[in-house]
Design a protein around this ligand. Structure first.
Ligand SMILES: Nc1ncnc2c1ncn2[C@@H]1O[C@H](COP(=O)(O)OP(=O)(O)OP(=O)(O)O)[C@@H](O)[C@H]1O
Ligand SMILES: O=P(O)(O)OC[C@H]1O[C@H](OP(=O)(O)OP(=O)(O)O)[C@H](O)[C@@H]1O
Length: 214
């Protein structure tokens, strides 16, 4: 393991996910005063800006980098954060990437739920356990709804936003586990060590999120 290079106390390392969240995250952080713009299609994984380094990660890895202190802070969906089980500080609900995590079945399905396909096995098991449903969960990686259509599973736990994926595939929401949106997350030690940078950033992000939601 290469030791982390020395850095100025005011220099921030941010973990941001590639994909759907990246563009809105960088736009919001820029409005909050951080001068960053991650170029689309670049093969670089680490982006340097004055006073800020951005690590470009898969969604699931953002809470890991923040919890283990390699990144001071990051942005990730609440869905991914809950699934990670990481106890990071979560000071701002940024409001965008809004969707819900739902239990989904084929329209009219009525038999028992014995197997559930999902990208979220931890939260799915917790949900099923709390309801006394003795179903097995199967971890899948994408196009989760196909599991319910093919008989791989009796139901799936997946994200719904507009509902168009459900309508296009003769599926319906049976229950909503929780609502999700993008969150600003912070490493607890970094909050103390770099509070002069992080506290004002948190305040600006709170103001921006409040004015966007107003
Ligand atoms: N249809 C949607 N509408 C709104 N927000 C969504 C939608 N789908 C996902 N999200 C939110 O955006 C986050 C990132 O979604 P994205 O599609 O970029 O991930 P992915 O490509 O499926 O993830 P992975 O890194 O596993 O490949 C999700 O964790 C969720 O919080
Ligand atoms: O209700 P809707 O507006 O249709 O959105 C929900 C869909 O969006 C996400 O998939 P995504 O497009 O990210 O593809 P993925 O399955 O590969 O993650 C999610 O997994 C649903 O399939």
């Amino acid at each position: 393991m290469t030791p982390a290079p020395e850095r100025a106390p005011g220099h921030l390392i941010l973990a941001l996910p590639k994909g759907r969240i990246m563009q809105e995250a960088t736009a919001l952080l820029s409005r909050a005063g951080l001068p960053l713009s991650v170029p689309e299609g670049s093969r670089a994984l680490r982006h340097e800006f004055p006073g800020v380094t951005v690590l470009e990660l898969r969604n699931q890895d953002v809470p890991v980098y923040v919890d283990l202190g390699v990144a001071d802070a990051g942005i990730v969906g609440k869905d991914v954060l809950l699934e990670s089980g990481r106890a990071v500080y979560e000071p701002v609900d940024l409001g965008f990437a809004a969707c819900r995590l739902s239990l989904i079945r084929e329209v009219g399905a009525s038999g028992p739920v014995r197997r559930v396909g999902t990208k979220y096995p931890r939260v799915a098991r917790e949900y099923l356990g709390a309801r006394g449903i003795p179903a097995e969960t199967v971890k899948l990686s994408g196009n989760i709804e196909l599991a319910a259509l093919t008989g791989l599973a009796d139901a799936v736990v997946d994200l719904v936003q507009t509902g168009s994926t459900l309508r296009a595939n003769n599926l319906e929401e049976v229950d909503v586990l929780f609502h999700s949106s993008a969150r600003f997350i912070v490493n607890r030690a970094a909050l103390k060590l770099r509070r002069e940078r992080l506290r004002p950033l948190i305040e600006r992000l709170r103001d921006l999120a409040a004015s966007a939601g107003a």
